[in-house]
Design a protein around this ligand. Sequence first.
Ligand SMILES: [Fe+2]
Length: 383
Amino acid sequence: MVTTFTATELFETIESGADFILLDVRNEEDFSNFSVEGPNEIEMLNIPYFDFIERPESSVAKVPSGKPLKIVCAKEGSSEFVASVMADFGREDISHLEGGIVSWGNVLVSKRINSDSDSYEMWQFNRPGKASCSYGLVYEGEMFLFDPSRNVEFYQHFAESRGADITHTFETHLQADYISGSPLIAKETGATFVAHDGDYGSAIHEYRSLIDGESFDFSNEGGPSTLCIHSPGHTPGSTSYVIGEKYLISGDTVFIVSVGRPDLGNQVVEWAKMLYGTIKERISILPDSLLVLPGHYTDWSAEADSEMRIINDFGTIKRNNEEIYGIDDIDDFVSFIQSNMRQQPEIYGQIRKVNSGHLTPCNDEQNVMDLGKNECAASNHTS
Ligand SMILES: [Fe+2]
């Protein structure tokens, strides 16, 4: 019998380390551009679905038997078809992904960051399809969001499940690699959209312009404060948020491995110098005990903790990234950035326009634009 699985279930299966085969039946180009990745190795095959139409027997024979088979495709129809072919040839334990690869690309995995006994809740929403993280801070019926993606329904359901209303949605910067959910969330929930003029000054959206050094508090007293620290470099308006003097939501400024690349605006020297100033004067002075919650990651094995949360303390991060934090000369820093530069995906320019409201593609087009892993780190590794 052929069954289905959701993108969330697929993540849980990968996270559990279960033994299975993932068969991706999209064409080779789409597969090489973007495929399922998770916290554990996946035994993966790419056999385009038309091979199963033209040469069903030999195509089925390419798939090892004896393990559960999970099939993914672009929109679900092809994986359903291939699953039925596999079943016709007597294969068992076959399932296919509901909603196709887009549902994988949009899935968010929530992990509680702080202790259940704390008076507030800090949540990480990991988007494995993009290797990006957004955050939720909940206190007495209110929820602050940070860098939400387009999966607005998810955040609304999540807030409901915590008995909270989304009252603020903060951006760490104008994202280039994914479409931000903040404008839509603000529109649908009435939440205040908070961002820095350095990135959003020419945007069409209405937003509350944040000021370096100001704090946002919950309506009820006793909740964690959200302190805004302007941290330009990755973009001119990049802002990091210190939550309750304990967490640093660092956007694309500080990563667990590396820092956010400052070359995406095609002003590499100028922005790299800004980033150097930010690291030296605004970020390195923060307490080592702060727990960093970044906007992106590259490698689960190097950046996730034992509970698959992307987090580490700032002291450890500085030690592990000594080749960046140890640079004491601005020109050496610029050279380091330049030597690690690589092309940015062409779509980034379009995504920026969508995020600033200057381009409004239809939902299907946005789905396509929004698929694919990020390319935000300044370097691929630090050691
Ligand atoms: Fe970014």
